[in-house]
Ligand binder design. Structure first.
Ligand code: AHM
Ligand code: MG
Length: 333
């Protein structure tokens, strides 16, 4: 049995020259994940459910557990001397923490807020960059706006029937399962590969009438293929990105959250959700796009920027994007 700590220690040279800084960051993520997992399990009995009564920078109502997870991770990382700054989905501005730190971290502390109160899986998403500004000075937004290809680590924690931690440092995707008796994450998925065939589709179609004609045609094509297929793709949609992505990663499926005519940029955030999930997808052999270019290549201009998101097996995403780019002859029933 390999613990997360052991695995990180054995492989830290992949990211840096044995200074231990990077390992400590991943260890802190593991520690935060164990604590959030514990809070979530006690939430309904301890009165942690419901809204906090505040609205965040995204204009969304903050749940008590959103706030707890956000404060917990900020506290953990503020005490980590290797982290120069933190940006989270819940905070309006970046937080400059330790001027001597080499890295900055971005977090969606608790993703899938609408599912917290009903015991449905939620997640944490993280993304780490080496800072650009000189060590010894406060970090700036520039350190966070480097673009998806500059990530040095990215991953998520899924708080589901078990608590899982999956991450990449650019050499594939590795997955760990929390063994509650030992309080340790154990390596359970050494090298994850996304199946090349899509068996599931995951999207909320309540705005379908507001989607582009090309995307509506793709959806018609999907249903037409399903009518004819021996093994049609099945709908699975949790409404927590981490849970939907995780299922699709292991079982083969695609997820999309497109823009609409009124909100062309969609709902999900490029830095906290888009880049990390896109990198994991590519590292597992899949494809991630904003509909027109690889998601990792979409230039960042602000920390809370939103983006349309299309992620899954290469073949399905290529088909989908060729509809968006009007390269496919459309057949209708
Ligand atoms: P959140 O960060 O406020 O929790 O919102 C993000 C979530 C994703 O986890 C999920 O994919 C999406 O919102 C679901 O949105 P919708 O309810 O519109 O389908
Ligand atoms: Mg989120």
């Amino acid at each position: 049995m390999t613990t997360l700590e052991q695995f990180i220690a054995d492989r830290q040279q992949e990211v840096e020259k044995a200074t231990g800084a990077f390992s400590k960051i991943l260890r802190d993520i593991g520690l935060g994940a164990k604590m959030v997992s514990f809070y979530l399990r006690r939430a309904s009995l301890a009165g942690f459910l419901g809204e906090l009564g505040l609205t965040n920078i995204q204009g969304e109502s903050v749940q008590k557990l959103d706030d707890m997870a956000n404060r917990l991770f900020i506290r953990l990382f503020s005490h980590n001397p290797h982290i120069a700054g933190i940006a989270t989905e819940e905070e309006a501005e970046i937080l400059s923490t330790n001027p001597d730190g080499k890295y900055v971290i971005l977090l969606d502390p608790l993703d899938g807020s609408s599912n917290i109160d009903v015991g449905v899986p939620v997640g944490t998403i993280f993304s780490v960059y080496r800072r650009l500004t000189p060590i010894g000075t406060p970090c700036t937004e520039r350190d966070f706006l480097q673009g998806g290809r500059q990530q040095v680590a990215a991953g998520y924690v899924l708080y589901g029937t078990s608590t899982l931690l999956f991450y990449t440092t650019g050499r594939g995707v590795h997955g760990f399962t929390l063994e509650p008796a030992a309080g340790e994450f154990l390596l359970t998925y050494p090298q994850v590969q996304m199946p090349s065939h899509s068996s599931y589709y995951s999207f909320n179609d309540n705005q379908l009438h507001e989607w582009s004609l090309e995307l509506q045609q793709y959806v018609a094509d999907l249903h037409l293929r399903n009518q004819r297929a021996e093994k049609p793709q099945s709908l699975r949609y949790v409404g927590s990105l981490v849970a939907d992505f995780h299922r699709n990663l292991l079982k083969g499926g695609f997820f999309m959250y497109p823009g609409t005519v009124k909100k062309p940029e969609g709902k999900l955030r490029l830095l906290y959700e888009g880049y990390p999930i896109a990198w994991l997808t590519e590292e597992a052999g899949g494809k991630a796009s904003n509909g027109y270019q690889p998601l990792l290549d979409v230039p960042p201009h602000s920390i809370h920027q939103r983006t349309p998101l299309f992620i899954g097996p290469v073949e399905e995403i290529e088909r989908l994007t060729s509809f968006l780019q009007r390269n496919v002859a459309v057949e209708t029933t």
